[in-house]
Design a protein. Structure first.
Length: 296
């Protein structure tokens, strides 16, 4: 059974045209929610279109109002936002995961919700974007960013099996080393060069504290023969808006987006467009009594 449900105004052919050969970005619900915030910046800045939803069977129930770019009308109409939504356009597909898996259901969410979706479309690459708690990492002097490849020892399917599963690229290549090399080349174009070369992810979550589904997704897609890596940022819990803007640059570079040209064309040139929901993260400001409140 498919885990993907398209929106009603799109045909199957239109969805496939938008998603096939695009770069898939899947944020992990992880430290500081930085991956979700970075995904928000990209999908609102690039005007990505809502094309469907994924099953929320294995995540906490969630529903909320449809978000919009700050100061602009939504490109996705009214209605509600749900726990796992799919946006596409500009050669990207973003699965915005707004709710974490239920206790004990992380692996089932990856294997029964996300992996079937990856198999249904021929994505060029998958980026499992993640964050980890900098206060809990083993090496406090380590780099702020890492580009992780699947853990050592993952048994990969043959090319034929991967193609049959719909996990290959258009040119038939499933070379993980070539994928990470291409990503490294794109990331190197940033003014902040890649801190470390690509490296295998640790075998357990103990090496990536509070990183959510990142390791499970890396392992599952790689084992199925898909092309995947994980850009990761180490952050501290707190006001993570700045981290999100910084990480969005990294993710955009990994996806091959011309960051300078894209940002120059935005409503606030040089800055990713924030959704209106960000205005209420810390609640409404409290009026000062003598100025605006009790005695005004």
């Amino acid at each position: 059974m498919s885990s993907f449900y398209k929106v009603s105004d799109l045909t199957d052919e239109q969805v496939a045209e938008l998603l096939d050969e695009s770069i898939l970005i899947v944020p992990a619900v992880s430290a500081g929610n930085v991956p979700q915030l970075a995904a928000d910046l990209l999908l609102h800045s690039l005007g990505l279109r809502l094309v469907g939803r994924l099953s929320d069977l294995y995540v906490y129930p969630f529903a909320g109002p449809r978000d919009t770019p700050d100061g602009a009308a939504t490109v996705n109409g009214g209605g509600i936002s749900t726990a796992v939504e799919v946006f596409a356009g500009s050669g990207l597909t973003v699965v915005q995961v707004r709710s974490p898996p239920l206790p004990g259901q992380r692996r089932r969410f990856v294997e029964e919700t996300l992996l079937p979706f990856v198999r249904n479309f021929r994505f060029a690459e998958t980026l499992a974007i993640a964050s980890s708690n900098a206060a809990l990492r083993e090496s406090l002097q380590g780099p702020r960013y890492q580009l992780l490849t699947p853990p050592v020892g993952i048994k990969k399917d043959t090319k034929a099996a991967a193609d049959a599963a719909g996990l290959g690229s258009g040119n038939g290549s499933n070379d993980g080393d070539a994928t990470t090399a291409a990503l490294s080349a794109r990331l190197a174009k940033l003014s902040l060069a890649l801190d470390t070369p690509p490296e295998p992810a640790p075998a357990s979550l103990e090496g990536l504290p509070e990183s959510g589904i990142a390791l499970d997704l890396l392992t599952a897609v790689a084992a199925a023969g898909g092309k995947i890596c994980a850009p990761l940022i180490y952050v501290y819990e707190g006001d993570n808006f700045g981290d999100a803007h910084e990480f969005a640059d990294r993710v955009a570079a990994a996806a091959g987006i011309d960051i300078a040209a894209t940002k120059a064309a935005l409503p606030t040139p040089g800055r990713w467009t924030q959704p209106v929901s960000w205005q209420w993260v810390y609640g409404k400001s409290v009026p000062v009594g003598l100025e605006e409140g009790l005695y005004s």
